[in-house]
Design a protein around this ligand. Structure first.
Ligand SMILES: Nc1ncnc2c1ncn2[C@@H]1O[C@H](COP(=O)(O)OP(=O)(O)O)[C@@H](O)[C@H]1O
Ligand SMILES: [Mg+2]
Length: 300
């Protein structure tokens, strides 16, 4: 039996509930802890986590479900658990890296993973040439901090692209520009990785007249099988990001699968309901193995 801390700001969220139940069903003690209420005590040799007026002790493992708005503090909390030698399902450094879209794309592409061709403009004057380098319009303009597709815009013309970049820049939002993968036809594939396996995958199809296939944008999800090439790409991407649990999104392009992003805290609702796979169960099972291996390493 493990003593598990489930870090979540929303005790009633589907993902939280699903993980909570899965941990219980496998005989573990699990507590949902709101990381927004956690304080950290930093002192030489005795790192501590303070919650509800007391110190958290006796944890075997944490499962972080950290939202994008609190990545930095969330990562600091995970790091504190790491310093206390508590096993974590997601490492603090991995969370930080995965949340940095630009760094993600740099690392993946440098390791031979195909990604949509992407540029970031140092100066606005460079934009027309950079758009040429992407193969011309249409291009996708993406806020680096975009989530749920909000901050992802399709620019049909060069002038529109430049105007959108100017607007975002004025608002202090850095953006990247990407070649538009037209043949994906408003669909992408979400593959869910747990440990060294893809445990489930679904095709998300955008609503009519929309190119963003986020479920939050009303896209519909169906089952899909990954090709061997897709599966290999997905597993390699998760491994490069140092993630045991990852939602890897790929676009099906004419030149094979392109990795768009790697999500460090992927939601369970859409994919569990679509695929009927017990992903939470797989996560807990993987956690058990992780804790065991980690304890073995510490003893030596
Ligand atoms: N380069 C692209 N070509 C075609 N479609 C894209 C491209 N980039 C993003 N999309 C579509 O827009 C959606 C949202 O983009 P994404 O980069 O995942 O942003 P977010 O992090 O906000 O979800 C994707 O799921 C995909 O359907
Ligand atoms: Mg996305």
């Amino acid at each position: 039996m493990l003593n598990i801390a489930l870090l979540s700001r929303g005790p009633s969220l589907y993902s939280t509930q699903s993980l909570f139940r899965a941990a219980r069903n496998r005989g573990h003690y699990v507590r949902i802890i709101d990381h927004g209420q956690i304080s950290l005590l930093i002192e030489q040799g005795v790192p501590q986590v303070v919650y509800e007026g007391g110190k958290l002790v006796g944890m075997d493992a944490v499962i972080p479900r950290i939202g994008a708005s609190v990545t930095d503090y969330g990562a600091a909390i995970i790091r504190q658990f790491e310093l206390m030698e508590v096993y974590t399902a997601t490492r603090s450094e991995a969370l930080i890296m995965a949340r940095d879209k630009l760094k993600c794309l740099q690392i993946l592409s440098a390791s031979g993973i195909s990604v949509p061709k992407t540029v970031i403009a140092g100066v606005p004057e460079a934009l027309p040439r950079l758009i040429d380098m992407l193969g011309g319009t249409p291009v996708v303009v993406k806020m680096l901090e975009s989530t749920h597709g909000v901050g992802v815009v399709l620019a049909e013309s060069r002038n529109t692209a430049v105007s959108i970049v100017e607007a975002f820049t004025k608002l202090g939002q850095p953006v990247i520009l990407q070649e538009y993968i037209q043949e994906a036809a408003g669909a992408d594939v979400r593959a869910f990785v747990v440990g060294k396996r893809v445990v489930a995958s679904m095709l998300r199809q955008a609503q009519a007249g929309e190119f963003r296939s986020n479920l939050h944008r009303g896209a519909s999800a169906t089952l899909t099988e990954l090709s061997p090439e897709e599966e290999q790409t997905v597993l390699q991407a998760a491994r490069l990001m140092n993630l045991e649990i990852a939602g890897v999104d790929i676009l099906r392009s004419n030149r094979g699968p392109l990795v768009m992003e790697v999500n460090a805290s992927p939601g369970l609702e859409g994919i569990e309901t679509t695929t009927k796979v017990d992903i939470a169960g797989a996560i807990i099972e993987n956690l058990e193995r992780g804790v065991e291996k980690y304890a073995g390493r510490r003893k030596r």
